[in-house]
Design a protein around this ligand. Structure first.
Ligand SMILES: [Mg+2]
Length: 412
């Protein structure tokens, strides 16, 4: 089953997406997500200039061999650009194989281990009343687990708070939280960790008081704290029984998690900016985390995601795959198939894409009573409407960055 064409499609219905579309000699097509938020065109070049020529004529059935060939033959390993490109090829090959077999991809990974995937959504508000409304809106949409992010007194704009800047004027619907803003330069935001550490526990106390003990609550620290600050936050949130505290320290300093563990039993999740299985090796083996936050798109695709979860299963570490809107419907489908198949699934992040994105990417997935399912269409269950995609050319967009009050650049 030779690959005869490999097209890289860039579209920007609400935000930029990069998609690889493989075609085989018998006319099957497969899709892979290669979107790297804020650096999209680097992956386009990596694919078009360096990977596509290697794919033409290859046997589409040889998924593992192709992955190893692309990873090892480049010599220069890892990094988000490389791994997003390899991910797109891997996903597209699984999509083709599913179509060739007449089965959804999760069947090829061992079949379903559950009937649906518990999903969490992003509730946010600058002040408590707005946050409570957002939690209720999510519950009305069916969500049974909710991430809570709020404003911090004294700070102007803050990560995780949906704003009117992301309002989708075409459909009249707020496009949830989208941090990357279109424009020539990134937005500057402000940050003060001491204010944040004082404020967040009061927010969770209020949310628990309003919504009761049952609702699973999550929170994202977005890599902003030092180890001892992260330990303090994890400890101070213990009374509110979080499902997880995410990215409490910068991902590069994995040793930091030992210190957080010494002080707190709040479950920890990390790994959305990790690129490979090896990034998780120590923190899973030493049981420093409870949830793997990798995303199929930035982690080399379905094949390594399945491998890291099989490794994590030995240590009772579960999945919590990264699912913001910059993971395209193709990347989301890829991780839903993995999540349905593995035994150690935990939860799936699910920020809904907007209507225009759903017209570009036709999806078989469902979201019912808070649970996702990738559907039973052969392959990944996503098809791209190329005419629709062609209406929305790339637009430069950057993620914001932070400065402290004295002007120092800080982790965003
Ligand atoms: Mg996060």
């Amino acid at each position: 089953m030779k690959i005869v064409a490999a097209d890289v499609i860039v579209t920007s219905p609400h935000r930029n997406f990069v998609t690889l579309r493989l075609t085989t000699e018998d006319g099957l097509t497969g899709l892979g997500d290669a979107t790297l938020n804020g650096r999209e065109l680097a992956v386009v070049s990596y694919l078009r200039d360096h990977v596509v020529p290697l794919l033409i004529g290859r046997d589409a059935h040889r998924i593992e061999d192709t992955w190893q060939f692309l990873y090892r033959s480049a010599y220069w390993r890892r990094g988000p650009v490389t791994m997003a490109a390899i991910a797109a090829v891997d996903m597209a090959l699984w999509d083709v194989k599913g179509k060739a077999a007449g089965m959804p991809v999760y069947q090829l990974l061992g079949g379903a281990s559950r009937s649906g995937l518990l999903a969490y959504g992003h509730a946010s508000g600058k002040e408590l009343p707005e946050l409570f409304d957002s939690v209720r809106e999510h519950q009305e949409k069916g969500y049974q687990a909710i991430r809570v992010q709020t404003g911090v007194p004294g700070l102007k704009s803050i990560y995780g708070i949906a704003s009117n800047a992301t309002f989708d004027g075409n459909t009249g619907v707020r496009y949830d939280h989208e941090p990357a803003q279109r424009g020539d330069l990134p937005n500057e935001e402000d940050w003060d960790t001491r204010s944040y550490l004082r404020h967040v526990p009061t927010v969770f106390e209020a949310v628990r008081h309003e919504f009761g003990p049952e609702l699973p609550l999550l929170h994202d620290g977005h890599h902003r704290m030092t180890p001892i600050q992260a330990a303090r936050l994890a400890k101070s949130l213990e009374p509110y029984d979080l499902f997880w505290l995410e990215d409490c320290t910068p991902a590069e300093n994995q040793e930091a998690l030992r210190l957080v563990r010494q002080h707190s039993i709040t479950p920890l999740a990390i790994g959305e900016i990790f690129n490979t299985v090896w990034d998780f090796q120590m923190i899973i083996r030493e049981q420093l985390i409870d949830y793997v936050r990798a995303a199929s798109t930035h982690f080399g695709g379905i094949s390594p995601l399945k491998k890291v979860m099989d490794y994590a299963a030995q240590y009772q570490v579960r999945s919590g795959f990264h699912g913001p809107t910059d993971i395209s419907p193709v990347g989301l489908a890829a991780q839903m198939h993995v999540g349905l198949a593995i035994h150690n699934f935990g939860i799936q992040e699910y920020m809904q894409h907007g209507a225009r994105t759903d017209e570009v990417f036709r999806q078989s997935m469902t979201f019912t009573d808070g649970f996702l399912h990738p559907g039973d269409t052969p392959g990944l269950g996503v098809e791209m409407e190329l005419d629709e995609a062609g209406k929305y050319p790339y637009q430069r967009a950057y993620l914001p960055y932070n400065r402290l009050a004295d002007g120092t650049v800080h982790d965003w």
